[in-house]
Design a protein around this ligand. Structure first.
Ligand SMILES: [Ca+2]
Ligand SMILES: [Ca+2]
Ligand SMILES: [Ca+2]
Length: 205
């Protein structure tokens, strides 16, 4: 999920000019269960990218407790060929709901699970998600689609709580047919740090 250019010496030993390595375990974002939409952006406007991850699947049939339960059931069949315990199996299926995750980034590639502190404690069945500054105040808000319930719209309160938080909005205008200028790379130098965004079809990254 999280990728980083690795050390020059390692690159040399691997005989490649540009290598990437999976550091999800190192960064603390490797285990978010049944995940769908990872959205990388600086949600708390501290200059470090954070990661939102929508999560979960309905009636997860491969939940280990459930697998253990059904594997212990007798394999009897009624006259019509149906298993006699099908209804019980359906009743015992786990709901699958769990909270979405959001990880706060830092300067050392470590991420802290801030899901509960930042307001994502509600169990849902979320899949697709998108971010945008819906109210135009400078911080990025989030929208999730939630199975069997209304969409989730999450207002980001960073600017309300810390009005001094800085942000920069850039509107891209490309030539036809790429009017959104997909593929643009933006580099910003500020306070001795380099920040980078790539405009892609799945959002900035
Ligand atoms: Ca951040
Ligand atoms: Ca906003
Ligand atoms: Ca706000």
């Amino acid at each position: 999920m999280i990728w980083s250019i690795i050390d020059r010496a390692i690159r040399s030993s691997l005989k490649c000019e540009f290598c990437e390595v999976d550091i999800a375990l190192y960064s603390g974002v490797a285990a978010t269960d049944w995940s769908w939409s990872p959205l990388v952006a600086d949600y708390n406007l501290d200059g470090q990218n954070d990661i939102f991850i929508s999560n979960r699947i309905k009636n997860r049939p491969n939940h280990l407790d459930y697998v253990k339960f059904i594997s212990g059931l007798p394999q009897k069949h009624a006259d019509g060929g149906k298993r006699t315990h099908d209804k019980e199996m359906l009743k015992q299926m786990p709901s699958g709901a769990w909270h979405n995750y959001i990880f706060e980034g830092s300067s050392n590639l470590k991420f802290n699970d801030s899901s509960i502190d930042w307001g994502f404690e509600k169990p849902t069945l979320s899949q697709g998600a998108a971010y945008a500054d819906l109210d135009g105040d400078g911080d990025l808000d989030l929208v999730t689609n939630n199975m069997n319930e209304e969409a989730g719209i999450y207002r980001n309160n960073t600017r309300e709580l810390r009005p001094s938080s800085h942000y920069l909005t850039i509107q891209l205008k490309g030539r036809k047919p790429n009017t959104f200028d997909i593929g643009t790379k933006i580099f910003v130098f500020a306070a001795g740090k380099l920040q980078y965004q790539n405009c892609s079809l799945s959002g900035a990254s």
